[in-house]
Design a protein. Structure first.
Length: 333
């Protein structure tokens, strides 16, 4: 049997985090090739196929797939076709995602393959990834889209940040909502823990929601005048149910500079007040210690224990040493 290789794309600078995660949860995968933003691993365990590759759930990967090879740009079309013929696949079965990693070079897939590329890919679609690392090196591989896999090439989605947004936190939550199809409504009410200076709050208000922001630091003055925003200046550790708003809260957003174990404990303690109405939590986990990578499943289990059924732990492109844990109720898998 031929050796099997898996490719991973990762936010540049977080390659070590991905390697640590693979080592902790998938020891049967051994590093084969590594460049900034792109790695391949040899699979020494049970082989994946086009259906099961979507089960390979890696928090620090922006894209995962079966690695099929590489070629010079001029030879890529014929190399892909020859490989597909060898493994019994047809290009007509695939959508094409074409993207570059850590290079200014952009492969012209539209001209070379003669089909539209980088279109939104729905559940169940098989995707051919064309990954340019330089003008001399384009890798290719396939993945199957599943419910917690982003539909955009290498998780890259266009986000328009208004000039009025106080911080880059706007982009983080906007990317998260778009990439994982989170349905927010103008009827929703939010708690935003760690809201200062107001980037995420700004995004939430743009959806029409009502937001209570909680932080010890100041919030941008432009938000204080917003009719749908109220500010609670306090630390999460000092908050009690009595200091939080009465009535229904639908969603909670968290971006705290705390040990994630402590932050999760404190937030869930406060969320208990809204046990009947809460739809979900969008929680930024700060990876301040490498050991927290081994706790990814433990953090998810804590939310499961509190009645959350659907869980996604992923980095989005604007994340640094952090990732988002999305915990939702109402949907069991």
């Amino acid at each position: 049997m031929n050796d099997q290789f898996i490719f991973f794309c990762v936010n540049i600078g977080n390659e070590a985090l991905l390697k640590e995660e693979v080592s902790a949860f998938y020891p049967e995968l051994t590093l084969s090739y590594s460049r900034k933003g792109f790695l391949t691993f040899k699979n020494k365990g049970i082989k994946y196929d086009y259906e099961t590759i979507s089960q390979l759930s890696i928090t620090f990967a922006t894209r995962v797939g079966l690695c099929l090879g590489k070629a010079w740009p001029d030879d890529l079309n014929s190399t892909v076709k020859n490989k597909f013929q060898e493994i019994g696949l047809s290009l007509s079965e695939c959508m094409i995602h074409n993207y570059s990693v850590n290079t200014e070079y952009s492969y012209d897939a539209v001209s070379e393959f003669g089909v539209p590329v980088n279109k939104y890919s729905a559940d169940g679609k098989l995707v051919l990834n064309l990954i340019a690392l330089s003008e001399k090196e384009v890798w290719f591989g396939v993945h199957r889209v599943a419910s917690d896999i982003t539909r955009y090439p290498n998780s890259r989605v266009e986000i328009d940040i208004p000039d009025s947004s106080p911080s880059a936190a706007y982009r983080k939550i906007a990317e998260t909502a778009e990439l994982f199809s989170l349905k927010f409504s103008e009827r929703d009410s939010w708690l935003d823990f760690g809201c200062s200076p107001g980037g995420a709050t700004s995004f939430l208000l743009s959806t029409g929601a009502k937001v209570w922001g909680i932080d010890t630091a100041d919030i941008d003055e432009s938000l204080l005048a917003h009719k749908n925003f109220k500010f609670i200046k306090a630390s999460v550790q000092d908050l009690s149910h009595e200091k939080l708003p009465d009535g229904a809260i639908d969603w909670v957003h968290v971006d705290l500079n705390l040990n994630p174990k402590q932050a999760i404990k404190e937030v869930l303690r406060l969320c208990k007040k809204y046990n009947r109405t809460l739809k979900g939590v969008v929680f930024t986990v700060q990876v301040v210690k490498m050991e927290y990578i081994k706790s990814i499943e433990d953090f998810e289990d804590t939310f499961y224990d509190w009645g959350f059924f659907t869980m996604i732990s992923r980095q989005v492109p604007s994340h640094k040493k952090e990732y988002v844990l999305i915990a939702q109720r109402g949907i069991r898998r």
